[in-house]
Design a protein around this ligand. Structure first.
Ligand code: GLU
Length: 416
């Protein structure tokens, strides 16, 4: 069992790998893979669990994972699939019934016309992005990534030999994406723009006007494609509305890809079922890649996903309203802590407060929090914003209260 100090060092080391120019290029590792670092969100969540198992009193607000169990009707449909012998290879593109049901959901709920030929079932949303980038990017192609960003976007870009170009947004402006800044960052090498609304880690939900401005930008730049990561689509405050950019732009729909999955809304993180929606030509290539890499996504897990997507949308309301209440509770608690600046979050299940200047950087702050208070959070540096920290509210009310108390104690100690 790792000691606390060793474990923290391991996380710290992995977070620094990318920038460590002196890192030895081991001859057995390809150049492409040598800079690849492990996902810090997954690492810190696993570390918190490991420390808890070893008997430490840990309060973890780190995991971006629902704390609900997968609903029974999904589990039952999957058991039935196993009993019915759905245990063999299926089409690489995915179960045609599931592809059709997703196309139907996109057409009716999101108002994005889709058929099953536009859909690839993937091993979670992450693999949808991975496959797409392998298909679209040539070496040196630039990918515009609004920052703060979900930490896998730059890694997946680099692994596909693309170049991430970050578009800064600030906590002070509510993490609003400035279209002029995007336009300034465009070069002849720009291939892709990533959108993520509701956003992990900021919780920002893009408004109609912001999306319309991006549609106009895309019309001015006909060589740029968009990936719209909508994995938190349903995790949104009652006051907000999720809008897919694809529903606003029929004329450029072939340049827009949607990534989504079952993990967050249906509490199915371990099932690994996601999907990619896009133009048929690209989807066909992504299917070819899948047939040469992972083959089909687990056959009976797809039957669970089919049951999920065929259920009435209200079937997950109890989880959504619970996250909404807990998000409000977490933010209220954080606002009462001196030395943190807290911005309103209206989507996903995170808070992303800013540490005021006299506090240390986000990695040192989170290390001290884990060492001294047993409080696990994700340092904002993992998402490109070193003055912020990410806390998840997909935990019990008691855990949120406990986490806030530990955080307050830490801030009080640090400000002395
Ligand atoms: N997306 C979640 C998070 O940000 C799960 C971990 C991951 O895949 O990065 O915490």
């Amino acid at each position: 069992m790792k000691t606390l100090r060793h474990a923290l060092c391991a996380v710290n080391k992995s977070s620094q790998q990318k920038d460590d120019k002196s890192m030895i290029h081991h001859s057995s590792i390809s150049k492409r893979a040598s800079g690849l670092k492990a996902s810090m969100t997954l690492e810190i969540s696993a570390l918190a669990q490991e420390l808890r198992k070893s008997g430490k009193n840990i309060c973890s607000l780190s995991a971006g994972e629902p704390d609900f169990d997968t609903p029974d009707f999904i589990v039952e449909a999957t058991k039935k699939a196993l009993e019915d012998g759905i245990t063999r290879y299926g089409p690489a593109a995915g179960d045609p019934l599931l592809r059709g049901a997703i196309a139907n959901k996109l057409t009716t709920i999101n108002k994005v016309h889709s058929t099953k030929e536009n859909i690839l079932i993937t091993n979670g949303g992450k693999q949808a992005i991975f496959n797409l980038f392998q298909i679209l990017l040539d070496p040196g192609d630039e990918v515009l990534i609004p920052s703060p960003y979900w930490l896998s976007y730059p890694e997946i870009t680099r692994f596909a030999q693309g170049k991430p170009i970050f578009i800064e947004t600030s906590p002070e402006s509510g993490f609003t994406l400035d279209v002029d800044k995007i336009e300034l960052a465009i070069s002849p090498k720009t291939k892709l723009l990533i959108l993520n609304s509701p956003c992990n880690p900021t919780g920002k939900v893009m408004k109609l006007k912001e999306l319309q401005a991006i549609v106009e930008l895309l019309r001015r730049h006909p060589n740029i494609y968009v990936v719209s990561d909508e994995i938190y689509e349903f995790l949104i405050s009652e006051k907000e509305q999720h809008i897919s950019i694809a529903q606003l732009a029929e004329d450029i729909k072939d340049r827009i890809f949607i990534v989504n999955g079952f993990a967050k809304a249906w509490a199915m993180t371990g099932w690994r079922v996601g999907y990619l929606h896009g133009n048929e030509t690209t989807i066909k290539k992504a299917i070819a890649l899948q047939s040469q890499s992972t083959s089909n996504v687990c056959s009976f897990a797809q039957k669970g996903a089919l049951a999920a997507i065929q259920e009435k949308p209200t079937g997950i309301d109890y989880m959504i309203s619970s996250y909404n209440k807990r998000r409000v509770m977490l933010i209220k608690g954080l606002k009462e802590i001196d030395k943190l600046l807290v911005y309103q979050q209206s989507g996903a299940f995170y808070a992303f407060p800013k540490l005021i200047n006299e506090m240390p950087d986000s990695l040192s702050f989170c290390k001290t929090a884990l060492e001294q208070e047993g409080l696990a959070m994700i340092p904002g540096i993992a998402f490109g914003q070193d003055r912020c920290i990410r806390l998840s509210c997909s935990v019990s009310d008691e855990t949120i209260i406990d986490g806030i108390e530990r955080l307050k104690r830490l801030v009080d100690k640090l400000k002395k």
